[in-house]
Structure formats: structure tokens, C-alpha cells
Design a binder for this molecule. Structure first.
Ligand code: HEM
Length: 411
């Protein structure tokens, strides 16, 4: 992933843009020099300063959602937190990547939310398509099997291109992904502006493909761990209670960055539930791992084209590296303890040049939501720890229903 990246620079499953013109163009699927150029062009859109400017957009989404949530909790305290987190993450991505305002808890039928749910569906058919591309690539290519339906791809394209046209035509600037692309035009020789609009649409849809289920489930698992670890929840709420009563949206990034215990809890939840349970690479050149036995002459060699899985979930729960690995203990990530973590035993966002480009965006979005939510509500209940065996992204088998109780802190 790091030192020998040159030999393992591709991901395991590749879907060509000739087969799926939208999915095949996204950064995850790209290879070789096309990946390198796109990665370099997109990196500024995920920088700390870009996340700082997008955090107020996230804060608006969180605030809108809390207004409806207050009503819901008055009627029923048993809530499916997945419904809340997916609505919030949809609003964040619609606003930050597509420049659209949506209010998905109030209006779950908005067109971008419907498209998003279809694009990231994890049903048996979708899993079979990836299995097909892994094992019967030629047949899949001949049949041009698409991950994203053509009609959905067209709608995504229309939405994004209409926003892009408006911004290029001088519409009021917003600190979002589209603006980064428009502002970059003319500034550099290798920036995103040198790509066709279809390539840019694919990167906006990437927020849904890579960022929707992952970020929503980070929020879900976070609330689930708080519900089952009340002492941790109380300690976090004491930290949140120190925040000023009314907060300016423009300070959203600095406010959440200053919350040390929240960060420790996010890191611990990502250790227990790394969402992407295994990262992968494909060898692009013959690679010698060295002797397969300490004293043996036989070498363990991967020829070019071998698909390798990196077991992130297992590493995160291995008793050789973590004391009490199944226990939620945010103190592992305190400033005094975190340097004790062995390199490469903790990698919820992967590592090396192909690590997750959206990690800062995802954690900022989750923290903006969680800091507001847990200031106003406490969660309890939640007993399922079984994983859904069919899901790409970790999710519990029995859903995410929790009891949500308003706190009496007059905020
Ligand atoms: C909690 C949320 C998230 C988690 C846990 C997560 C995790 C991961 C992991 C484990 C990888 C593989 C890294 C590797 O192979 O070394 C990855 C790749 C990637 N992620 Fe995320 N991700 C999250 C959110 C996001 C978001 C919001 C985006 C926004 C666009 C995003 C975009 C990507 C992309 C583009 C890649 C592929 C990078 C490349 O191949 O160059 N992710 N993510």
C-alpha cells in the first residue's frame, strides 16, 4: 500500500468506462496515469481549507434536520437512526457536491435522494454484478453490464451539469465542490477543468458511491456505541455542553475540530466498525514477498494481476494489537495513548497514495451532525451486533433502532 505501491497501484475490481460510462470514470475505478492525474486534480477539493468552507453548509443541513427531529421525538422516542443519518448525509452531499438544497427528512422523495438510494443499493443483483466483473470480466464487458442504470446516470448528469452551467454563467458562488472546479479553471495546467464534463459528473456521483453509506453508517454506529456505553456518552455530552449556546455556522469547522473527546470517540468507532471492512489492491507487476518460511528457499510470489485483500476489520479487532479489542474505549486515541498504536494496525481510511480522499469530508460531516444531535438528545437501547453478511459497507443485520430522549439542558 505504501512502500511497494508501484507494484500494487490498481484496485481489485475494474469496470471500464466503455461498459459503464458513469461508474467506470470515477476515481476508485481509474488506473495508471488517468488515476494519477484525476487524483492530483481532485485533492484540493478535499483539503482542510475546503472542508472548513463546506462545514457551514453541513451545519445548515444538520440544523434543518433537527427542526423535524424535534417533532418526531415528541411523537415517538423509538427511532430508526438510519433514516435520520441517510437523510442528513444526502442533504450534505446534495449541497456540497451538487449545489442543491434538499430537506430529506421532511421530503424523502426528493429526486436526488431517490437517485442516491438506487446508486448505492447493496442488493444481491448489485453484488452479483461486482462478482461478475471480478470473475467473468469478458462476458460482463460484452454484455456491457452497468452498475448505475443509464436512466439514473442521465439524471445525475443533468443535475450536475445544470449546476455547473449556472456557476460558470456567473451564479452566486457557494463554497462547494462545483465551485472548486469552476474556480480552478485556468489556474493550473493539470487541474480538474481539463477533464470533460462527464468525468466531473462521475466524481460528483462518487460522493454518493463512496461517501453516502460510509458516512451515514459512521453516524449510525457512533450512536449505537453511545447507546451501549452510557458513561462514554455522558463524558462526550459534558464536552459538548462547553460549546457556546448559539453557534455561528461559519465557525462550524473550528468548533468541531476543537472537540478532542469527540475526535477520540470517532476514531474508536471507526476502529470497531471500519465500514469498509477490507481494502484491496491488484498487483501490476511480479512481486516477491520473500521466503514463505523463515528458513525456506521457496518464495511467496504474486504474479501481475493477483487480487489482494487487506483485512482492515480483522486488524482492528486483533488481540495482538489491541487490549480488549471488542471493547469501546476512546482512551486508546487520547494524546497520551495514540502514539502507542502500531503503524498499519489502524486504517479505517486505508493508507498510501490510494487512501480515502474523502476522510476529512466524512469525519467533518459526521462530527457536525453528532455534536448537534448529542447536545440535544441521549440515546439508549440497541442490542444487535450481528453484521449483515450481504453488505459491502458494514451494517448491522437487525437495523439501527434506538431510543432517543431529549436532554434537559435548555439549549
Ligand atoms: C466514514 C466514511 C468513509 C470511510 C470509512 C471510507 C473508507 C475508505 C477506504 C477504506 C478506502 C480504501 C483506501 C485504500 O485502499 O487504501 C476508501 C477509498 C476512497 N474513498 Fe472513502 N471512505 C469514507 C468516506 C468517503 C467520502 C465522503 C468520499 C468522498 C468522495 C470518499 C471517497 C473515496 C475515494 C474516491 C476512494 C478511492 C481513492 C483512490 O482510489 O484514489 N470516501 N475509502
Amino acid at each position: 500500500m505504501v512502500a511497494d505501491f508501484a507494484a500494487f497501484s490498481d484496485r481489485g475490481v475494474h469496470i471500464d468506462q466503455d461498459c459503464d460510462p458513469l461508474f467506470g470514470r470515477n476515481l476508485i475505478m481509474l488506473r495508471g496515469s488517468r488515476w494519477r492525474t484525476m487524483r492530483a486534480a481532485l485533492t484540493p477539493a478535499f483539503s482542510a481549507s475546503r472542508c472548513r468552507s463546506m462545514a457551514p453548509l453541513m451545519a445548515v443541513c444538520a440544523r434543518n434536520l433537527h427542526i423535524h427531529l424535534r417533532e418526531r421525538v415528541r411523537q415517538d422516542t423509538e427511532l430508526d437512526v438510519d433514516e435520520i443519518s441517510t437523510a442528513y448525509v444526502n442533504d450534505v452531499i446534495a449541497s456540497c457536491a451538487f449545489g442543491f438544497a434538499t430537506d430529506s427528512l421532511q421530503d424523502p422523495h426528493n429526486c436526488i435522494f431517490r437517485l442516491a438510494k438506487r446508486a448505492v443499493v447493496q442488493d444481491t443483483t448489485q453484488i452479483m454484478k461486482f462478482f461478475g466483473y471480478e470473475n467473468m470480466k469478458t462476458i460482463m464487458q460484452l454484455l456491457k453490464v452497468k452498475i448505475i442504470k443509464s436512466s439514473d446516470a442521465e439524471q445525475f448528469g443533468e443535475l450536475f451539469k445544470s449546476a455547473l452551467r449556472a456557476r460558470r454563467g456567473g451564479a452566486t458562488p457557494r463554497p462547494d465542490f462545483i465551485q472548486t472546479l469552476v474556480d480552478a479553471a485556468g489556474k493550473t495546467a493539470s487541474g480538474a477543468e481539463n477533464f470533460a464534463d462527464d468525468d466531473l459528473v462521475a466524481q460528483a456521483v462518487l460522493f454518493y458511491i463512496a461517501g453516502y453509506d460510509t458516512t451515514a453508517n459512521l453516524i449510525n454506529y457512533f450512536l449505537y456505541e453511545m447507546a451501549t456505553n452510557p458513561t462514554t456518552q455522558e463524558k462526550l455530552q459534558s464536552e459538548l455542553d462547553q460549546l457556546p449556546g448559539s453557534q455561528e455556522d461559519k465557525e462550524a469547522y473550528d468548533n468541531v475540530q476543537g472537540l478532542e473527546y469527540l475526535d477520540m470517540c470517532v476514531c474508536e468507532v471507526l476502529r470497531l466498525w471500519p465500514l469498509v471492512g477490507a481494502a484491496d489492491r491488484r498487483s501490476v507487476a511480479r512481486y516477491d514477498f520473500g521466503p514463505s518460511q523463515p528458513d525456506g528457499n521457496t518464495h511467496f510470489v504474486a504474479e501481475a494481476g493477483v487480487h489482494i485483500w487487506l483485512p482492515v476489520y480483522s486488524l482492528h479487532r486483533d488481540a495482538r494489537y489491541w487490549v480488549d479489542p471488542h471493547q469501546c474505549d476512546p482512551e486508546r486515541f487520547s494524546s497520551t495513548n495514540k502514539h502507542k498504536i502500531l503503524p498499519y494496525t489502524y486504517m479505517p481510511f486505508g493508507t498510501g497514495p490510494r487512501h480515502c480522499i474523502g476522510s476529512r469530508f466524512a469525519t467533518t460531516a459526521a462530527k457536525v451532525f453528532l455534536s448537534q444531535f448529542l447536545r440535544h438528545y441521549s440515546v439508549s437501547g440497541g442490542s444487535s451486533r450481528k453484521l449483515d453478511p450481504r453488505a459491502f459497507i458494514l451494517r448491522p443485520k437487525d437495523g439501527f433502532t434506538l431510543t432517543v430522549t431529549p436532554r434537559n439542558n435548555n439549549i
